[in-house]
Design a binder for this molecule. Sequence first.
Ligand SMILES: Nc1nc2c(ncn2[C@@H]2O[C@H](COP(=O)(O)OP(=O)(O)O)[C@@H](O)[C@H]2O)c(=O)[nH]1
Ligand SMILES: [Mg+2]
Length: 305
Amino acid sequence: MTLVDNNLPDHHRCGYVAIAGVPNVGKSTLLNALMGMKLSIITPRPQSTRRNVLGILTEDSYQAILMDTPGLLDPAYRLQSAMRAQAVNAIRGCDVLLLMLDATRRKERDLDLQIDPAIEAADEAVPVVLAINKVDRVPKEELLPVLEQCGGRGRFSAIVPISALRHDGLEALLGEVADLLPEGPPHYPPDVITEHPERFFVAELVREVVFHRFRKEIPYATATRVEEFRRGGKKTFINVTIFVERQSQKPILLGKGGRSLRQVGEIARASIEEFLGEEVYLELWVKVREHWRHREGHLRDLDLL
Ligand SMILES: Nc1nc2c(ncn2[C@@H]2O[C@H](COP(=O)(O)OP(=O)(O)O)[C@@H](O)[C@H]2O)c(=O)[nH]1
Ligand SMILES: [Mg+2]
């Protein structure tokens, strides 16, 4: 089917925008802020995003197909190389690269470490917009030198200071990005906001709670998968398995008498209900999959490859 819309304004623009940067700069926070809803999970820990998350932003004069990506880092195990491949794919295939950096990490060396990996992964022809995030945590007089320093570090079409958390500077940022999109009709109807199935978001919302509530290696050793998703009863029934890597991690997730897991379930249920807009009965199971992070078969099975 082709979309023919005679009401399109002249010079309508449409294209892919990869939101890229090193871990923890605020990429997922920005996707959600631009979309006006929570599509990507956000945690205070790095490496919470494992797959590209699509958000389709449709305005009168443009459609920006936004892709939140896993943070760019040197992979130490198979899951991390899959995460990096996701990000690099998005960066290579995009029409505009929206590179983010964290203004609170503004030492010379830190700026290089944040800018170089994304620029290296990008095609030279792709325009790059630099969003300097978390400016709410930087005194104004210290921001100007950062802007100047960044200007000399890459071929940026624009540099925009923002606070994704406080929704500051987002209109200016979108304006710059939209101007760089190629001309063309929208790829998606205006009511489509993403392509992932509901199951993906549900599994992510459970994982988000684990990332918030557990420490050390537990979040990184955890994967989630929806096993059952049934509508029709009074409440929607959802069963999610939480996979861990070792037998010894299971009692940590369960807690005394299963208390920790129950708390995870309560918090996750509330956010899933908010996301789906319906009442949910959430059942959680914890299972061991030895070294799933390192094994292709497991990664494929968990939809991470
Ligand atoms: N102060 C401040 N914190 C932010 C901002 N944007 C994101 N954060 C925080 O930075 C952390 C990482 O955010 P996240 O979006 O998950 O980063 P990602 O790894 O790049 O996707 C979270 O604790 C966010 O709340 C911002 O504009 N200001
Ligand atoms: Mg993220």
